[in-house]
Design a protein around this ligand. Structure first.
Ligand code: SF4
Length: 474
């Protein structure tokens, strides 16, 4: 994610490509299997690092002015690192090109960026993995064990989470503004075959420490398995960052049948007590077609048999303005999903919980949006626990907006909560029910003339505080 000029949160400044600072010979970005095997082949032939310049999905740095020719790729020169530092707009314009190219079905643009007298050359990515290639990768003899250097550690939390989990696919076409997945794995989905997935289910059930629970049948977004454009030719020329935002593309097939089949087959396995879906799901992928029995069947199977008691979903916000900037579906969809979740739970006499994730201080989010979020989530009976302040990571749309205060797609200014105080001030609305925040929230909403929100949050108690304060003043 640091292959070109990027914002570094820890130093609060723009940094050049990591190649410039690290002095590495070559950088491989994205999922490394293909570029790495190409690289090894060439090195084995005795070709030197310095002359390896044609492997897709690699980045290198050259000292000389002359950019090496390549007949398969078209060069595109971005604004230089120095120009980006001097002018935020140039950094913003660069991002739009970089995002568009990482989201293409097959980019042929070689991105070039000057850093001082040198040039960073980013070769376009490899083509999408085929099902056969995906199966070959997952067929490798992985030990499913942590690296031996952790041998003395009693437990590794991240490993506990993944040791009995299974990846079904790669890529994500959601393009949430704060997420790096599409820049890393691409927008298009590469899926494994059902046979390969079920073979891994078998392997996991044979592990000596397997107790009957698969922790995740997932992917970056759990329910995008085998999803793709109906007419791939249209996808090949498409520049949209997201297939889901602002509305689900008519050319996108959201058929859940292949995934439902894997869920059901795994559930039926005699050594599996439960196979959970631990990765986040995109409920908009089935909520829009629930009148179709295949979609309803998927939702039923997911909620009935694959929730570990708590299903994680990520509405991320409730305000329409903020959701639009985040490229997330509107809140109405979440309300509908909650109704469906509760209905299926009642139908199967289950007592499962929905755990929504929310973010504060995302670019474009103001305190009043957070107050609305507090009211909305109170009305839905949620006491929030999975919340986070937005943290900028390199190469995301949200980070570009955070640094520049500009939306690259509209070039409009956008408000950003940057200081610690501004962030805490937004965060307190998640915990509106705690006494320590109450008076502060009330006085802030009064100043904003939003007594309606005070009443919705604190009801009659507000009146009491109001009268008490009046008495004190007298
Ligand atoms: S055409 Fe539609 S389905 Fe295909 S990539 Fe573009 S937005 Fe996605």
């Amino acid at each position: 994610m640091r292959r070109l000029t990027h914002y570094d949160y820890w130093t609060d400044k723009l940094k050049p490509s990591i190649l410039e600072e690290s002095k590495a010979d070559l950088l491989i970005y994205g999922m490394g299997e293909k570029p790495l095997s190409e690289l090894v082949k060439l090195l084995e032939k005795g070709i030197s690092f310095e002359s390896i310049k044609t492997i897709p999905q690699t980045v290198y740095i050259i000292n000389e002015e002359l950019i090496p020719e390549n007949k398969n790729w078209e060069n595109f020169e971005l604004f230089s690192h120095d120009e980006c530092i001097k002018d935020k707009i140039k950094y913003v314009k660069n991002f739009k090109i970089i995002e568009e190219e990482s989201n293409r079905y097959q980019s042929t643009k070689r991105l070039i960026q000057k850093v001082g007298q040198k040039s960073i050359i980013v070769n376009p990515p490899f083509e999408l993995f085929s099902e056969k290639e995906m199966d070959a990768i997952y067929n490798l003899p992985f030990t499913r064990l942590p690296h031996p250097k952790y041998a003395k550690k009693e437990s590794i939390p991240a490993y506990e989470m993944i040791r009995h989990s299974i990846t079904l696919h790669r890529g994500c076409f959601g393009a949430c503004s704060f997420c790096t997945i599409s820049a890393h794995q691409g927008k298009f989905i590469s899926s494994r075959s059902e046979k390969s997935v079920l073979k891994e289910v078998e392997q996991v059930t044979n592990m000596s420490d397997f107790k009957g629970y698969i922790s995740d049948l997932g992917g970056p977004s759990a329910n995008m398995y085998k999803m793709q454009g109906i007419d791939i030719e249209q996808c090949k020329t498409c520049k949209r960052a997201s297939c889901l935002h602002p509305a689900i593309c008519k050319n996108l097939s959201t058929d859940p049948k292949p995934l439902t089949k894997i869920y059901k087959q795994t559930h039926k396995h005699q050594k599996v007590k439960k196979a959970f879906v631990g990765s986040g799901i995109r409920y908009d992928l089935f909520m829009h077609k629930l009148n179709n029995p295949d979609y309803a069947d998927y939702a039923d199977e997911l909620i009935k048999n694959h929730v570990s008691g708590r299903l994680k979903v990520a509405p991320e916000h409730t305000s329409e303005d903020v959701l639009k900037i985040m490229r997330k579906p509107d809140l109405g969809m979440f309300h509908e999903f909650k109704k469906l979740f509760d209905k299926i739970n009642r139908k199967h006499q289950l007592n499962q919980q929905l755990v929504p994730y929310f973010i504060s201080s995302h670019p474009g989010c103001k305190n009043i949006h957070m107050a609305e979020l507090a009211v909305e989530t109170k009305m839905m009976d949620f006491k929030l626990e999975q919340v986070q302040d937005f943290t900028p990571t390199p190469m995301t749309l949200a980070t570009v907006m955070y640094y520049s205060g500009i939306n690259p797609y509209t070039m409009e200014k956008i408000s950003v909560a940057r200081s610690k105080d501004e962030k805490l001030s937004q965060r307190k609305f998640f915990f509106w029910y705690k006494n320590e925040f109450k008076n502060n929230i009330i006085s802030e909403l009064r100043k904003a003339k939003r007594e309606d929100l005070i009443d919705k949050l604190f009801g009659k108690i507000t009146q009491k505080i109001h009268h008490k304060n009046k008495r004190r003043k007298r």
